[in-house]
Design a protein around this ligand. Structure first.
Ligand code: NAI
Length: 343
């Protein structure tokens, strides 16, 4: 195993790790540990090239740092990516990665992510205790997203009651399905889309949702649009065609570039920063690493409602975007050490 530090980066520590004989090649990015250990999932993906893997690791670590800081958790932000070339057996890849994480001795705490299941996390636990992911995050992510949506309704329409609202949900995966359930229970009418017809079928049957062609979902007429699929969906081409009053979803990095937030604001569309309202999944680390009870987790995730409302009100008062307010709070907190440290 060769572990080398890459210096040309704004991350606090960026490591390139490889075991050529095994076919293992990974990058570990610790964006910041000022508030605590850098927490962030382990992505396994068939990247096109080395640069794509490095860029992904750094961008994801940076957004984890901001998400943790905004949620006021005693964690920094990190991420690791395994560049899967299909050469190594899966178990061997994760055991190699566990050795790297163990070497970091708690500066980085890994967790599940795209391509990394609970079984993979269990494999790594054989060699290191620095992997979280015991508590299933998707339902908590969804719960926080729905609290955020309720806060937007409160802010705009003076009632958090979603009965009668039409909400378009992009993506019927782990989080999207829970979002649909919560919104249905709250009395909203749902439009849903996913390229996987079986997933769409399940949601339309269970929650009386109407299916929409995935190609047209973003532009469909709805009060609220909830992107819960992939990142980068809000770009300069799609924003002029959006029909919703509010955009609030779970997907990480929904904006294609910083200018997208201004474009949305100019169109009078209220955009809730993704990393503000999708932090419920990250908060499950409180149970796994800080000894929180499920009641405490519930309380913190439901706190997304008040935090979102506070940010929306401040943005309105200061004639700026909610993203600008959230960024200011997150950047400020990134420099403060957190008080309660992980166990
Ligand atoms: P997932 O992989 O279970 O679901 C994603 C779904 O989106 C899949 O069903 C996929 O077929 C669908 N999809 C892909 N392209 C689409 C398109 N163009 N239109 C409609 N649907 C499309 O992933 P999961 O866990 O539900 O995560 C969803 C998003 O939320 C991701 O962006 C993820 O990064 C983000 N997120 C997830 C968290 C979690 O707790 N799982 C935590 C925070 C963020």
């Amino acid at each position: 195993m060769v572990i080398e530090q890459i210096h040309d980066t704004d991350a606090e520590l960026l490591l390139e790790c490889s075991d050529h004989a095994l076919g293992y090649h990974a990058f570990v990015a610790l964006y910041s540990t000022a508030r605590g250990p850098a927490l962030g999932g382990i992505r396994r993906y068939a990247y096109l090239d080395r640069a794509a893997a490095v860029d992904d690791a750094i961008a994801l670590a940076r957004s984890m740092a901001h998400k943790s800081a905004l949620a006021d958790l005693p964690f920094g932000g990190g991420k690791s990516v395994i560049w899967d070339t299909g050469r190594a057996p899966r178990e061997a890849l994760y055991l190699a990665h566990a050795r790297v994480i163990e070497e970091l001795d708690g500066r980085y705490i890994g967790a599940g992510d795209l391509g990394t299941t609970r079984e993979d996390v269990a494999t790594m636990r054989r060699l290191t205790r620095f992997v979280a992911g015991h508590t299933e995050p998707a339902q908590w992510t969804a719960r926080g997203v729905v609290r955020g949506i309720e806060a937007a309704a409160m802010h705009l329409w003076r009632s958090a009651d979603l009965a009668g609202c039409t909400i378009a949900v992009q993506g019927c995966g782990n989080v999207g399905a829970h979002v649909a359930r919560e919104l249905h229970d709250a009395g909203a009418s749902l439009l849903v889309a996913d390229p996987d017809p079986a997933r769409v079928h399940r949601i339309t049957m269970r929650y009386r949702a109407s299916a929409v062609d995935p190609a047209g979902l973003l532009e469909t007429t709805a009060d609220i649009l909830a992107p819960c699929a992939v990142g980068g969906v809000l770009d300069h081409a799609v924003i002029p065609r959006l029909q919703a009053t509010v955009v609030a979803g779970a997907a990480n990095n929904q904006l294609q570039g910083r200018r997208a937030a201004d474009l949305l604001a100019r169109r009078g569309i209220l955009y809730l920063p993704d990393y503000l309202i999708n932090a419920g999944g990250l908060m499950t680390a409180g149970v796994d690493l800080l000894g929180w009870s499920l009641n405490e987790l519930e309380r913190r995730v439901d706190g997304v409602f008040h935090e979102t409302l506070r940010i929306l009100e401040e943005a309105a008062r200061k004639h700026t975007t909610p993203l600008a307010v959230a960024d200011r709070i997150a950047f400020g907190r990134l420099r403060e050490p957190a008080s309660d440290l992980p166990v």
